[in-house]
Design a protein around this ligand. Structure first.
Ligand code: SF4
Length: 181
């Protein structure tokens, strides 16, 4: 049987969704016999590959690197799963949105003053530039399946992955994970 090419991506999130994935504990061993983990913060792969079957995307789109990444992920993946509430709604990551354009805030935080160099880190190319607003992933690229929760509980992740491995159509999977509250 052909192995599923699985990827996980970490955008603007706290990594709690990935921690929940790791809470699958010993089932991860079974999963590893049925999928190839081709890209993930859990694996040392630098470039998102082509031909990915399923990708779990944690986090919102908060900066220019996220924007570039999520577009590449969409172009190279068959099924994109919005993994957790930050990806689905912006959630915690979007708490900065009511503050408006981040430029003024960054200038106030990093601007010239006692003990400050007056340089915003993104201007040095050290960190990516923040977007004006944090966006949920579906505002940037189409999403195929939503896996909600902050974080999504491990049994819910399992039922979705098991369903996909069993060939269940993605549109029917949401009905199944509802049983796992
Ligand atoms: Fe963290 Fe919750 Fe956002 Fe997941 S949904 S990245 S657990 S804040």
């Amino acid at each position: 049987m052909e192995r599923l090419k699985l990827a996980t991506v970490w955008l603007g999130g706290c990594s709690g969704c990935h921690m929940s994935f790791l809470d699958l504990d010993e089932w991860l061993i079974e999963l590893s016999t049925r999928v190839d983990l081709v890209f993930s913060p859990l694996a040392d792969v630098k470039r998102f590959p082509a031909g990915v079957d399923v990708v779990l995307v944690e986090g919102a789109v908060a900066n220019e690197d996220h924007l570039e990444m999520v577009r590449a992920v969409r172009a190279r993946s068959r099924l994109l799963i919005a993994f957790g509430d930050c990806c689905i709604t912006g959630n915690v990551t979007a708490l900065r949105n009511p503050l408006g354009d981040p430029t003024l805030l960054l200038q106030q935080v990093y601007g010239a003053g006692v003990g400050r160099e007056g340089v915003i880190p993104s201007e040095r190319g050290i960190v990516p530039t923040l977007l004006e607003r944090v966006l949920p992933v579906h505002a940037v690229v189409p999403v195929d399946l939503y896996l909600p929760g902050c974080p999504p509980p491990a049994p819910r992740i399992k039922v979705v992955l098991e369903g996909l491995l069993a060939g269940t159509p993605p549109e029917l999977l949401g009905r199944d994970w509802l049983k796992f509250g």
